[in-house]
Design a protein around this ligand. Structure first.
Ligand code: GLP
Length: 262
């Protein structure tokens, strides 16, 4: 794991965007795994800026989103599909046919999930998977107790996640769908690089469990300790409970110049 502690979420978002930029410029047919939530908004904003001002071309890129609520049509402003189009896809040049998001209205969910896995494989696998983290340590919608070898499937949200995400549903927990489709932890772990971002004090416990806790399904994100190329990009507040914070900063300051400069 490489832990990169930034002074704020803006600096962190720019670093994550530089990773994606490097990936897309060096392999135009890159496959990106994308996440929703407030955390990656700065990253998407920076990628849109790079597209408009620095000619970052997404015309050959393919994307796979992590998750979607079951029962929300694409036109629903609270669906992750709507989120992705309004915050990113409508502003860059990824061909419509290259965009993949789990279908919250799928009639045959099991079949849809198997097909999603097949599409990821057919695309050649995911080059960079962007991840946020829930306060309970979930990645995608893989709640605590999710199997580390799980694949794309239906999940039931934990009450904590329903509470946290109710802010997007007018604060009404009863309006948050209880079921979702999410890429599995096994699916995420097959990505060639994972970039987990976390900002703010509310994420400090989850980040500490993810980076320095035992590897356990109690904190699904802790599985990233087993990933050969995982980067954890956090702000000072989210890094607040890391015991080895000074060491991570030291390592980053000594990073060899030939490594990708972010
Ligand atoms: C949701 C998403 C996750 C995201 C998490 C944190 O549950 N399914 O992918 O990481 O929220 O969201 P936020 O970034 O808004 O804190």
């Amino acid at each position: 794991m490489e832990v990169i502690i930034c002074k704020d979420s803006r600096e962190a978002s720019i670093k994550a965007a530089r990773l994606v930029e490097h990936q897309v410029r060096s392999k135009p047919r890159s496959v990106l795994g994308l996440a929703t939530g407030a955390t990656p908004l700065g990253l998407y904003g920076e990628l849109v800026r790079m597209h408009r001002e620095d000619a970052l071309d997404f015309s050959k890129v393919t994307t796979f989103n992590l998750d979607e609520y079951l029962g929300l049509p694409p036109s629903d402003e609270r669906s992750y599909r709507y989120f992705m189009y309004s915050n990113f896809f409508d502003k860059v040049n990824i061909p419509e046919e290259n965009i993949n998001i789990p279908d919250g209205m799928a009639e045959d969910v099991v079949r849809h999930c198997a097909d999603y896995e097949y599409r990821i494989k057919r695309a050649g696998g995911i080059d960079i998977q962007i991840l946020g983290i829930g306060v309970d340590g979930h990645i995608g919608f893989n709640e605590p107790s999710s199997s580390f070898t799980s694949r794309t499937r239906i999940k039931t949200l934990a009450p904590q996640t329903i509470k946290d995400n109710s802010r997007f549903f007018g604060g009404d927990e009863s309006k948050v769908p209880e079921h979702v489709i999410t890429m599995g932890i096994g699916t995420v772990m097959e990505s060639r690089m994972c970039v987990l971002m976390a900002f703010g004090e509310s994420k400090a416990d989850a980040v500490s469990a993810c980076v320095e806790g035992g590897i356990s399904i109690v904190c699904p994100a802790s599985v990233l300790q087993l990933h050969p190329n995982a980067k954890i990009i956090v702000d000072e507040a989210a890094a607040g409970k890391l015991k080895l914070a000074d060491y991570y900063k030291w390592v980053y300051s000594k990073k060899p110049s030939w490594q990708v400069d972010i």
